[in-house]
Design a protein around this ligand. Sequence first.
Ligand SMILES: CC(C)(COP(=O)(O)OP(=O)(O)OC[C@H]1O[C@@H](n2cnc3c(N)ncnc32)[C@H](O)[C@@H]1OP(=O)(O)O)[C@@H](O)C(=O)NCCC(=O)NCCS
Length: 162
Amino acid sequence: MTPSSTSDLTIRKAVPGDIEAIVQITKDNDHFWTPAVDGVEALARIIARDGNVILVSVDDDGKVTGFLIGTWDGARAFIHKISVSPVIHHKGTGRMLVSAAIEEFKKTGAPTVAVSAADGTRFDEEDSTGFWEKVGFEYIPARLMINFNIWEKNGGNLHEDK
Ligand SMILES: CC(C)(COP(=O)(O)OP(=O)(O)OC[C@H]1O[C@@H](n2cnc3c(N)ncnc32)[C@H](O)[C@@H]1OP(=O)(O)O)[C@@H](O)C(=O)NCCC(=O)NCCS
C-alpha cells in the first residue's frame, strides 16, 4: 500500500519491528486477552500471512500509536481488532486506520467489510459501537459465538500468564 498521512500521522502496513508497540497498545487499552491471539508470536504470524491487513498509525517521531487487524478470505473482509493508544483517543486515528483498511480491502475486490464490535456488555470493555457508526458501519443483529476448546484440546492454556 502507499502510506496515507496527515501532517502528523502516517498509516502504513505493519512490520515485525512494530510488534512490541502493538502488544503494548493492546495492554494499555486492557484488551490483551491471551498470548495465543494477542502475543508476539501470534502477531508475527498475522503479519507474515497473505490476505491479512495489518496497519499501524505512526506519529511524527516514528512512534506507533495505533493498529488495525483485518482479514480477507477471498470474498468477505472482516476487521478483527482496532486499538489506539489511550492518550490520543478521539483525535481521528481510529477513523484513519479504518479508512486505510477499507482502501486495502477494496483493492482485493471485497464487497463488504464487517467487524465484531465490543458493545460494552461484556467485562469492562468500552462500548465501541458509536465509533463504528461514525466510520460508516451499521448494526445488523448477530451474535459472536466461540468454541474455546480447540486450543485447550491441543494442550494450550488460553488463560496462561500474559
Ligand atoms: C474505538 C477506538 C479504536 C477509536 O479510536 P479513536 O482514534 O479514538 O477514534 P477517532 O478519533 O477516529 O473517532 C472517530 C469518531 O468516532 C467517535 N468515537 C470514538 N470512540 C468512540 C466511542 N467509543 N463511542 C462513540 N463514538 C466514538 C469520535 O468522537 C469521532 O467522532 P467525530 O468524527 O464526530 O469527531 C479507540 O477508542 C480504542 O482503541 N478503544 C479501545 C479498544 C477498542 O475498544 N477497540 C474496539 C473494539 S471493537
